[in-house]
Design a protein around this ligand. Structure first.
Ligand code: ATP
Ligand code: MG
Length: 393
């Protein structure tokens, strides 16, 4: 069944459908629109089913358009049911207006709608804030959902390069939210979801700076927060602090998500906040968690290698043989001066190590422990000659 996605008549009511949220914002910014979300006013669940929409299981009242696959949500309204941040309930129904739906959205630039004629409906001044490059909350209900702290930090990572910044009064609300312990309600997985998206934006370091400025970072990642300066060095990158400087180099080097995660999160762990606990809480992918653990083990060994002998090189190359290219990339980003000197040497040492022929040793009758010992001895000999040639040791 075809659905006219602008206006439909179901029964006696007139149903209206509006494009909302990020699609309207990005269109007005002249950016490509990736996914389109719609809001439906004047319809009941039965109306939606009658029109052929498919309900999204567990995400009431959201439906999928059978042809376009785009999301259509029934207009929702928030009503205050009691004091405090959590005294709200969300209701839906054919009497909920577009304006009520837009009022429960996070930022004014995300709280605009477009009707079928292309008219923008903008009750909260989103267009003006787009022009003024402001990330501003829509209503005090912003404070109700701590995910919004992560979202505004993520939008900062995405839009700072266009000149956007957090509005003064919104910063105030964010500070209150962080101080009230709102972040304790967040699941690690949800944090990682937003962080992962932020890490691949144009200026991912803004995500951490914005969370730090309102006190949220200290609640989420206290060790990282203590490694950042209180106010970011916008004018002077030397005042960024090491974690931000490293993340900036990761972006310049077009590092993958896993590498970016390691680059910043290496500063979020210490003896009391172990890496395994952090990655389990965030539920990061196993491969990323393993790379993180390997980097934390490899980092002190790499720092010591310039003083090390052929055995230290062999042990390093052997132990991390499964992830040497990624560790090499991390070294380039995190310790560029050392890496400049070490990388070619490690590459030559690896080639020298691989040039030792195991089959030849086996032909000589060596096996088991003796084969292993002789192999290591010859590998270290080969590495030692590389090191001598380079003037190391
Ligand atoms: P993106 O380009 O990243 O998809 P978006 O603004 O479209 O950005 P979505 O997560 O797709 O973000 O959400 C669509 C819209 O729903 C948002 O523009 C916003 O209006 C609203 N929204 C989403 N999450 C929240 C939230 N936690 N609180 C309030 N409004 C939200
Ligand atoms: Mg979207």
């Amino acid at each position: 069944m075809g659905i006219d996605s602008s206006q439909s008549r179901v029964g006696k009511q007139s149903v209206e459908m509006y494009l909302v949220g990020g699609a309207v914002r990005d269109k007005l910014l002249g950016l490509p629109v990736k996914d389109r979300d719609w809001v439906v006013v004047g319809a009941t669940v039965e109306d939606m089913l009658e029109m052929g929409f498919q309900p999204v299981p567990g995400v009431f009242p959201v439906f999928i358009h059978p042809q376009t696959g785009e999301e259509y949500a029934l207009a929702r309204r928030e009503t205050k049911t009691g004091p405090g941040y959590h005294g709200f309930s969300v209701e839906t129904g054919p009497d909920v207006t577009l304006e009520q739906d837009l009022a429960r959205r996070d930022l004014t630039i995300n709280a605009m709608a477009e009707d079928e004629r292309g008219t923008i409906i903008d009750p909260f001044g989103g267009r003006k804030d787009l022009q003024r490059r402001l990330l501003r909350h829509v209503t005090p209900a912003f404070a109700e959902d701590p995910v919004r702290l992560l979202r505004i930090a993520r939008f900062s990572a995405r839009f700072s390069s266009l000149g956007f910044h957090v509005a003064h009064e919104t910063h105030g609300v964010m500070k209150e939210m962080a101080a009230a312990g709102e972040l304790a309600h967040l699941q690690g997985q949800r944090i990682w979801q937003e962080m992962a998206r932020a890490l691949m934006e144009a200026q991912p370091w803004r995500f951490f700076q914005v969370l730090h400025a309102c006190g949220a970072l200290g609640r989420l990642f206290p060790v990282l927060a203590s490694a950042l300066p209180d106010s970011p060095g916008d004018e002077n990158p030397e005042e960024d602090g090491e974690p931000i400087a490293v993340l900036k180099r990761a972006v310049t080097g077009k590092a993958s998500l896993a590498l970016r995660f390691v680059c910043i999160m290496q500063y979020a762990v210490d003896a009391g906040h172990p890496a395994s606990q952090l990655t389990a809480w965030l539920a990061v992918e196993k491969k990323t968690a393993t790379l993180f653990e390997n980097w934390l083990l490899a980092r002190p060994l790499l720092l010591d290698l310039p003083k090390g002998n052929a055995r230290a090189y062999r042990q390093y190359l052997q132990r991390f043989r499964h992830c040497l290219p990624q560790l090499g990339q991390l070294a380039q980003i995190c310790m560029p001066h050392l890496a400049e000197q070490l990388s070619p040497l490690l590459e030559q040492a690896r080639a020298a190590m691989l040039s030792v022929d195991v089959a030849e040793l086996q032909e000589q009758g060596l096996q088991g422990r003796f084969l292993g010992e002789e192999l290591r001895r010859r590998q270290e000999q080969a590495i030692a000659s590389v090191l001598r040639g380079s003037g190391e040791n």
